[in-house]
Design a protein around this ligand. Structure first.
Ligand code: HEC
Ligand code: HEC
Ligand code: HEC
Ligand code: HEC
Ligand code: HEC
Ligand code: HEC
Length: 435
């Protein structure tokens, strides 16, 4: 009997143990995520190619996948451009660098080889790439290595995560952000459950203890025998007031949401003039976002691609499809395709894409949702001021390897313990977003 009671005494520690385990493992996971988030663009750029070390080839492989695989493989011709197997045997490294940087300049300079490939490929223009010498070296090293591998066919696509060219540090900043909210909710629920369980256990342990005592009065014994009386609880004034209050709060909250929601277009998914599918292009065929939205890493607004960009592929692919015929007609009539705008901030607010995508390393999907699964684009985020500010309060700045921030971060660490988030850098000042 005694040993049994002893065990009962410690049983209520179990839920706490469980809680400790869950919370600590969740935080460990999050810490790991934060750890991967701060890699800065370009910080891994290796020394110039040639002496092909594994790191260089790796970096080259990433650059190639992000910038070139829509049009090339290191194998035979695919989609648009020529196959690049053994290209280093046809051309010098110097020629390759000039070509990749700015092929049209090379063609215009009258370079014989350049004019030749250009004519051979139906006079299509290969885009220019603002890559550094080191990055170009890495790509060339990768192409050499792939040419030597017998099974060297990098198919079209294979573009990981649809991220930007050289921006290797885009991962999981947003994910940490939303997952910590989820984490908080989970912890709250667990704490509540543990509390209730503990109370129930304590009550039953006490009851057991008292039941074994012989010197109880009649009234006390009656109380002990009492079961929970739900009807009484329901009739109690306090409980009714509480329930009433909760209902009122929920109703007010819902109507506030509706009132505040005027002008919010979350979920807006207009029909477009051509049945263009992001799922097909960005998902199934893994075409990089900035292949079409070419200005999204460079300027304030992301452009919608012109019909010419569609023609890079559709001059050859699915020519006979009625939807593709619409693109042809737009070009023939010299009239732009009239895409219906989905996202639209009021003029009073200023938003800059490159600040977020290139400098901040925020992924498109953090703000636009899983675009690569959408047949028709829908507005995923509310685009309200509160939404912008929330993220600025919670998102750590991408400061690593950026000398401009080093002193600011030091100052911040002296003054406060929290992370150096966007708000610490003035990201909630009115003038940053309003003229
Ligand atoms: C929009 C499609 C497109 C993209 C993206 C693209 N290219 Fe090209 N590339 C072409 C086309 C088309 C040609 C053929 C020449 C021409 O028409 O200008 C070409 C030609 C080349 C050539 C010359 C091949 C030869 O036989 O001499 C090289 C080298 C090359 N590209 C490398 C690259 C690299 C490296 C990247 C990525 C940094 C890249 N290209 C990205 C379309 C593209
Ligand atoms: C093959 C070209 C192409 C690719 C690749 C592409 N897009 Fe688009 N995108 C378009 C076109 C065309 C439109 C306009 C029609 C529409 O809304 O569907 C558009 C519209 C959008 C819009 C809505 C713009 C508005 O009106 O507010 C967003 C957001 C967007 N794209 C994000 C992305 C993201 C993120 C990716 C990469 C995962 C991507 N796009 C890849 C062609 C492309
Ligand atoms: C890098 C290549 C590429 C570019 C650029 C591209 N597409 Fe496509 N598109 C494809 C491929 C591949 C398919 C799938 C063809 C198939 O299913 O056989 C496709 C399919 C389509 C279809 C479906 C056709 C049908 O009837 O099944 C439409 C519509 C379309 N594209 C519109 C566009 C528009 C509009 C643009 C320009 C904003 C564009 N595409 C740019 C590669 C491209
Ligand atoms: C920090 C949030 C955020 C990120 C990250 C982001 N966008 Fe946007 N995007 C917006 C907002 C806000 C608008 C509406 C801008 C406006 O109306 O002025 C928008 C609008 C657009 C549009 C419509 C054209 C325009 O500029 O208004 C396109 C296309 C687009 N985004 C594509 C992308 C692509 C592709 C990426 C990733 C490379 C991306 N966005 C990353 C928030 C974001
Ligand atoms: C998903 C997170 C996220 C959202 C949502 C977001 N931002 Fe940002 N924003 C950032 C990050 C990260 C930076 C820091 C970029 C850097 O390193 O400079 C930033 C920086 C800025 C800056 C520059 C601040 C400075 O100190 O120079 C402005 C302006 C800005 N954002 C405006 C907006 C507006 C307007 C919206 C809403 C329409 C918005 N942002 C939504 C993450 C976000
Ligand atoms: C991070 C960016 C950001 C900052 C910082 C910011 N705003 Fe805004 N603000 C926005 C955006 C985006 C909108 C438009 C959103 C909408 O229409 O819901 C907006 C809308 C507004 C509006 C118009 C509301 C309406 O319903 O038309 C006012 C007024 C305003 N902001 C005042 C301020 C003041 C005052 C500050 C400084 C305390 C401030 N904002 C700081 C992004 C910002």
């Amino acid at each position: 009997m005694i040993s049994c009671k002893k065990r009962a005494k410690y049983i209520f520690l179990l839920p706490f143990l469980f809680l400790f385990f869950v919370v600590s493992s969740a935080f460990a996971q999050e810490a790991a995520q934060v750890g991967t988030a701060g890699v800065t663009p370009g910080s891994e750029t290796p020394a110039a190619g040639g002496g092909a070390d594994a790191g260089v080839i790796d970096a080259g492989s990433t650059l190639f996948k992000n910038n070139c695989t829509q049009c090339h493989s290191v194998g035979t011709d695919v989609v648009v451009g020529p196959g690049l197997k053994d290209v280093h045997k046809r051309r010098t490294d110097d020629w390759l660098k000039k070509w990749i940087k700015n092929s049209s300049a090379l063609i215009q300079s009258g370079d014989k080889q350049a004019v030749e490939v250009f004519n051979q490929y139906a006079k299509q223009q290969m885009p220019s790439f603002a890559l550094s010498d080191d990055e170009l070296g890495a790509i060339i090293a990768y192409m050499k290595k792939e040419s030597e591998t017998p099974t060297a066919v990098t198919g079209p696509g294979g573009i990981e995560g649809n991220t930007a060219g050289t921006n290797t540090g885009e991962n999981s900043i947003g994910a940490v952000n939303s997952s910590s909210i989820d984490l908080l909710l989970v912890v709250l629920v667990i704490v509540l459950i543990v509390l209730v369980i503990t109370l129930v256990i304590i009550a039953s342990v006490l009851k057991n203890y008292l039941a074994n005592k012989s010197d109880l009065t009649g009234a006390e014994q009656e109380m002990l025998a009492q079961r929970t009386n739900w009807a009484n609880i329901y009739k109690s004034r306090a409980v009714r007031i509480l329930v009433g209050l909760i209902v009122v709060v929920v109703l007010v909250d819902l109507t506030m949401d509706k009132v505040m929601g005027i002008g919010i277009q979350q979920g807006y998914a207009p029909r477009q003039p051509i049945a263009f599918s992001h799922k097909l292009h960005a998902g199934d065929h893994q075409i990089n976002c900035n292949y079409c939205h070419t200005s999204v890493y460079k300027s304030a607004s992301a452009n919608i691609p012109s019909a010419n960009i569609c023609m890079n592929c559709h001059s050859q692919i699915k020519k006979e499809s009625p939807e593709i015929q619409k693109i042809y007609r737009a070009i023939e009539n010299n009239k732009p395709i009239e895409w219906v705008r989905v996202h639209n901030l009021p003029d009073l607010a200023y938003f800059n894409h490159s600040q977020h995508t290139k400098v901040g390393g925020v992924e498109c999907q953090t703000c636009h949702g899983p675009i690569e699964t959408m047949e028709v684009v829908a507005q995923y985020s509310p685009l309200t001021m509160g939404w912008c500010i929330d993220c600025h309060r919670n998102t750590p700045m991408n400061t690593e390897g950026n000398a401009y921030y080093d002193n600011l971060v030091k100052l911040h660490e002296q003054q406060s313990k929290g992370a150096f988030v966007v708000a610490s850098n003035g990201g909630t000042e009115c003038s940053k977003c309003h003229y």
